[in-house]
Design a protein around this ligand. Structure first.
Ligand SMILES: C[S@@+](CC[C@H](N)C(=O)[O-])C[C@H]1O[C@@H](n2cnc3c(N)ncnc32)[C@H](O)[C@@H]1O
Length: 409
């Protein structure tokens, strides 16, 4: 199984990336894309020898040539966790040179509560030219019409898939902890146009919404209606616990929360930094910053800085901070922070960096950059925050490789 959820097969010297298969299976494939000399892509359309981990797909829309939303509906949930751990290990071994490293070898991907279905609290559905909602076929613009999406929380799926959306290009939907469902309509260029909220119990009125309610780490949070929040209802809690445990923030610490969204990690770490400490949350999106301001209002040690995290911006931020951060938490989008930002963080004087990553390839690339700068991967946790898909969330603790010599220097 390779990163991305497809199996690697070989045919007459060429690599074939096969979706809807499992390691060790013998399958008949149909080639779906053949544009590169070295490899082609294919779908397993018939299974000749099935893996013991193959199961009946619970979703009637998934499978070869159908909805491209899930990669692993055909895989038993426990095997999904093992495959995800193996993919993370492989990425860190190959891209960060950590083959055989005990931290990497010891990784297990932990299940979140709630089971493998009905976990998506946020989703983007595509809309075809006739206004029918659905999801795209894998690597295609075709929209597969859906009457339901069994991985999406039922009220959110029903609100979008239960009607037509004439003229829209896509619809974002999010359901909050109180059950309110927010939909945001996007035009054909992907620009958001109108937002509506439907509150539980009342079919009417639909009204514009600015905020959605979320709970995590034992407190309430506000988020923009369909703005970023961990998609799995149990993920924010699990990640807060993992980040808090690895960051080991002490009273008086200066903490940076980069790519802070609505301030989830900064807000969770602020009490440990205490009144003498300082927590700076950095986020590019204006709406998320406004939500973070509201969420952190009761924490005088916490500040929200709106800005882009890139190497140059980070250098400026560190200069403005006027002191070395004690601990940095970062939770970048899928592309990761990148080697340049990682190098700046490695030279920031922080005693620890906690890196939350939803793409193990991007994480491995950045762990390599930390490694070159004299840091090491000290701890690693994995969470199945995206059941039925090949996606996995990791939380990595990076520390200077030889803290004692740095302290002596
Ligand atoms: C994966 S989310 C994490 C949010 C938050 N940590 C949470 O768990 O709720 C990534 C966040 O980074 C922000 N972002 C993306 N690129 C950025 C950049 N270059 N600089 C600062 N923030 C950025 C996005 O707006 C988004 O809120």
């Amino acid at each position: 199984m390779a990163h991305g959820g497809h199996c690697v097969a070989r045919h007459e010297g060429r690599v074939v990336f096969v979706r809807h298969a499992l390691p060790g299976e013998r399958v008949v494939v149909e080639v779906t894309e053949d544009r590169q000399p070295g490899y082609c892509r294919a779908d397993a359309v018939e299974v000749l020898t099935a893996s013991v981990h193959r199961v009946e797909r619970p979703c009637p829309y998934s499978g070869p040539g159908r909805c491209g939303g899930c990669d692993w509906q055909h895989v038993a949930p426990a095997e999904q966790h093992r495959l995800k751990a193996a993919v993370v290990r492989e990425q860190l071994s190959r891209l960060a040179g950590l083959a055989g490293d005990p931290v990497v070898e010891g990784l297990v991907v932990e299940e979140l509560p709630g089971g493998p279905l009905r976990w998506r609290s946020r989703a983007r559905f595509a809309v075809d030219r006739s206004g029918t909602p659905g999801l795209r076929r894998h690597r295609s613009h075709d929209v597969v019409p859906l009457a339901d999406c069994p991985i999406t929380l039922e009220p959110a799926a029903a609100v979008v898939l239960g009607r037509r959306w004439p003229g829209a290009g896509a619809v974002d939907v999010a359901i909050d902890s109180a059950g309110a469902v927010t939909t945001t309509r996007l035009d054909r260029r992907g620009v958001p146009t109108t937002s509506r909220v439907l509150r539980p119990g009342g079919d009417l009125p639909e009204e514009p919404v600015a905020r959605a309610a979320r709970t995590a780490g034992g407190r309430d949070w506000e988020v923009e209606g369909t703005g970023f929040w961990q998609v799995h209802p149990a993920a924010a809690d699990a990640l807060v616990a993992a980040v808090t445990g690895l960051a080991r923030v002490e009273p008086g610490d200066t903490v940076l929360d980069l790519y802070a969204g609505a301030g989830l990690f900064g807000g969770a770490l602020a009490p440990a930094a205490g009144a003498e400490g300082r927590v700076v949350c950095v986020e590019a999106d204006a709406g998320a910053c406004a939500a973070a301001e509201a969420n952190l209002a009761g924490l005088p040690q916490a500040e929200v800085w709106q800005g882009e995290v890139d190497a140059e911006g980070l250098e400026e931020l560190l200069a403005e901070l006027g002191e070395a951060p004690s601990v940095v938490v970062l939770d970048p989008p899928r592309a990761g922070a990148g080697p340049a930002v990682s190098r700046v963080l490695a030279g920031s004087g922080a005693r620890a960096v906690v890196y939350v990553a939803c793409d193990p390839a991007a994480l491995a690339r950045d762990v390599a950059a930390f490694g070159t700068a004299g840091w090491r991967l000290a701890e690693l946790r994995g969470f199945d925050a995206f059941p039925m898909t090949a996606h996995v969330e990791c939380v990595a603790l990076l520390v200077p490789a030889a803290p004692s010599s740095i302290m002596e220097a």
